[in-house]
Design a protein around this ligand. Structure first.
Ligand SMILES: Cc1cc2nc3c(=O)[nH]c(=O)nc-3n(C[C@H](O)[C@H](O)[C@H](O)COP(=O)(O)OP(=O)(O)OC[C@H]3O[C@@H](n4cnc5c(N)ncnc54)[C@H](O)[C@@H]3O)c2cc1C
Length: 302
């Protein structure tokens, strides 16, 4: 099969196929989409699609390459003006397209843009070393050149970003759990009750054994999702599973770590008190544990 000529009409066709593929993937999911679906959506014969892209994976990698190029161009502009880089905020914002009002586009909004303000920094339960603030956009005007990807494609970019982000939160949860566990083991060796170190009481040993087992499982699941991502293979389900299991593990381990420390665990001075507060957010952001179950079930039932 000969390679297609790269001229402007070919570029248009490729673009048309990519758009159609995005619509099909959004409607049916990647695994349920066939080349025939894309062909129907694009109004281009399957044979022609095969001339431009060998298979669906090739379509996906072309999409990824295209977005990467656009994002790289944007970063390049920012690198040329280092002060700009410091003041860049990448975000997604609802943007009404003329004919498709429900679609969302992604933009870079520079910090100095008139109308952009930070309304308040939230007072949070945990992760207090990281500020969370509400951004207000009041009549902000953003140049079209600041758009990431194509108009109306922000939602797809956001979803693709979430899959990767979930591996990061899973890793964060493993770290919190591991920290709480290590301090519990140390405390179980040191603290004496009823004449012996508390680590010699079977019920404390069980808590430590459950912690060690769950943390190992969560770590391996996180590494599996990351390995699939690195290999360029599908990893949506694995990222959600890792995030779900690691977050639930972090919360359970941190709760038991406070228990192992007894009354001292409830005091600010004890580090496990902070792990307990920090663990909670991993069950919430980058999609709650309930949402991870929806994602996993959807993937399992494909
Ligand atoms: C500290 C912090 C930092 C954050 N950082 C970011 C960030 O950087 N970027 C960003 O985009 N967002 C961020 N968020 C937002 C975060 O991702 C959301 O809070 C989270 O996804 C949950 O959404 P929600 O708050 O709207 O909860 P809701 O959607 O209102 O959910 C409330 C409850 O209902 C459940 N629920 C909702 N829908 C369903 C359903 N279909 N089936 C079953 N149960 C359901 C949820 O699981 C939850 O238990 C942050 C939040 C916090 C607290």
């Amino acid at each position: 099969m000969s390679q297609p000529q790269i001229d402007s009409s070919n570029a248009d066709r490729r673009s048309q196929i990519l758009e159609a593929a995005l619509v099909c993937f959004a409607k049916r999911g990647f695994h349920q989409t066939s080349m025939h679906d894309i062909s129907g959506e694009a109004g281009i014969s399957v044979g022609l699609i095969y001339r431009y892209f060998e298979n669906k994976e090739a379509v996906i990698s072309a999409m990824a390459a295209r977005h990467k190029e656009e994002i790289q161009q944007m970063l390049e502009r920012a690198r040329q003006a280092p002060s700009l880089l410091e003041s860049l905020e990448i975000l997604f914002t609802a943007h009404c397209c003329e004919n498709e009002p429900r679609l969302i586009s992604a933009f870079v909004v520079e910090k100095a843009t008139p109308g952009l303000s930070v309304s308040k920094t939230e007072d949070k339960l945990g992760i207090r070393a990281s500020d969370t603030a509400e951004l207000v956009f009041d009549g902000c005007r953003v140049p079209a050149g600041n758009r990431i990807g194509e108009e109306g494609k922000g939602f797809h970019i956001a979803l693709a970003t979430l899959d990767g982000g979930r591996i990061g939160i899973a890793a964060q949860a493993v770290g919190i759990a591991a920290g709480a566990y290590e301090r519990s083991v140390a405390y179980a060796r040191e603290r004496k009750a009823f004449g012996v170190p508390i680590g010699q009481h079977q019920m404390v040993q069980w808590m430590l054994a459950d912690m060690a087992t769950a943390i190992d499982g969560a770590r391996l699941m996180t590494l599996k999702a990351a390995t699939l991502k690195d290999a360029g293979r599908p990893y949506t389900k694995e990222a959600s599973m890792a995030k779900l299991f690691a977050a639930e593990t972090a919360m359970k381990v941190a709760t038991d770590a406070v228990q192992v420390h007894g009354g001292y665990g409830y005091i600010r001075e004890a580090e496990v008190e902070r792990y307990f507060r920090d663990a909670k957010i991993t069950q919430i952001y980058e999609g709650t544990s309930q949402i991870q179950k929806l994602v996993i079930a959807r993937e399992v039932l494909k």
